[in-house]
Design a protein around this ligand. Structure first.
Ligand code: SF4
Length: 314
């Protein structure tokens, strides 16, 4: 399988494109993630024609609109940035995810500072102009900030979403019919169950009742619901339910002692004494001994490359 193409703010992978001529390299993104993602760096400010180094810019309310200003020199960069967005964003349709630099008036995803018109105060609920346009153009695209990737649950969730979205995009690009869509759904059932029970049930009903609709319509609805379900990390409690559900498939294969061991391991995960990896390893071992095709094909068991060791810490 080819590596998912993931856009990244160029300064995060060490390119010296920041206003001060420096970078904001993240060793995790530039190190570990560059082994599992095909990273595509981009600096919107350089792309919009700004020099490096350059005067700082910020977002400021001007009338009803938010503009990107270099107030020191009285330059409004909004049009240049919008023009860059118009040129660059259509070419990003092949991406399966995007990692943006926090707080930047171009790249920040949330809580970016927006000065009021008089520059006497600021709100902190803005979004960088590039990322705003990117997320509008590709609403299902997984986007995350470099800083938030230090949170292990958000990190695991983002990486899971990238791999799922890559699979979903293949469905969109391929010669997909009823069979392929149902197969895809089947492989993602337990993952959906862990993330959002309501959407899991709704999608099951939808797929059964929408056979008359065009495949494009069904794929679009499916993708929206799928990515919406995965938007939040699965809770420990939800993982526990899914682990117990999987454990149920081995009930008849195990003797009392083994059943108890599995049960205790899942409970120890539930109470935070063990990481998710512990019951997962146990269940994968059982799967080797007692093959269950439906469980073996579940993406829930292998949502991302094992070498990232993401489930050792959850
Ligand atoms: S515009 Fe984005 S990529 Fe360029 S330096 Fe600023 S945060 Fe980094």
């Amino acid at each position: 399988m080819s590596l998912p193409k993931v856009g990244v703010s160029a300064c995060i992978i060490g390119q010296q494109v920041r206003f001060d001529g420096g970078h904001k390299r993240s060793s995790y993104v530039d190190g570990q993630l560059s082994d599992v993602f095909d990273l595509r760096p981009l600096c919107p400010e350089v792309g919009a024609g700004m020099s490096t180094p350059r005067p700082t810019v910020h977002l400021r309310e001007v009338g009803e609109r938010v503009r990107m200003m270099d107030d020191k020199n009285g330059i409004d960069h909004t049009e240049a940035m919008q023009e860059f967005n118009r040129r660059a964003i259509p070419g990003l349709a092949n991406l399966a995810g995007y990692i943006v630099c926090a707080k930047s008036p171009s790249c920040g995803m949330e809580r970016v500072r927006v000065l009021n018109e008089a520059r006497t105060g600021a709100r902190r609920d803005g979004r960088g102009l590039f990322t705003e346009a990117l997320m509008k153009a590709y609403p299902l695209l997984p986007v995350e900030e470099d800083g938030r990737l230090n949170d292990l649950a958000l990190r695991e969730n983002f990486i899971t979403r990238v791999f799922v979205y890559q699979g979903y995009k293949r469905l969109l690009e391929g010669d997909t019919g009823e069979h392929e869509l149902l197969q895809f759904h089947r492989r993602h059932k337990l993952m959906l169950m862990a993330h959002n029970q309501a959407i899991y049930r709704e999608l099951g009903r939808y797929l059964a009742q929408s056979r008359e609709q065009a495949i494009e319509t069904r794929l679009a609805h499916y993708g929206e619901q799928l990515m919406s379900a995965l938007a939040k990390p699965a809770s420990r409690r939800a993982h526990t339910n899914v682990l117990q559900h999987i454990g149920g498939y081995f009930k008849r294969d195990l003797d009392k002692t083994e059943r108890q061991h599995l049960h205790q391991t899942i409970l120890a995960y539930r109470s935070g004494q063990l990481p998710l990896m512990a019951p997962m390893t146990l269940l994968n071992g059982l799967l080797q001994r007692f093959p269950k095709p439906y469980i073996a094909e579940q993406r829930y068991l292998t949502p991302h490359p094992e070498r990232l060791a993401l489930r050792y810490h959850l």
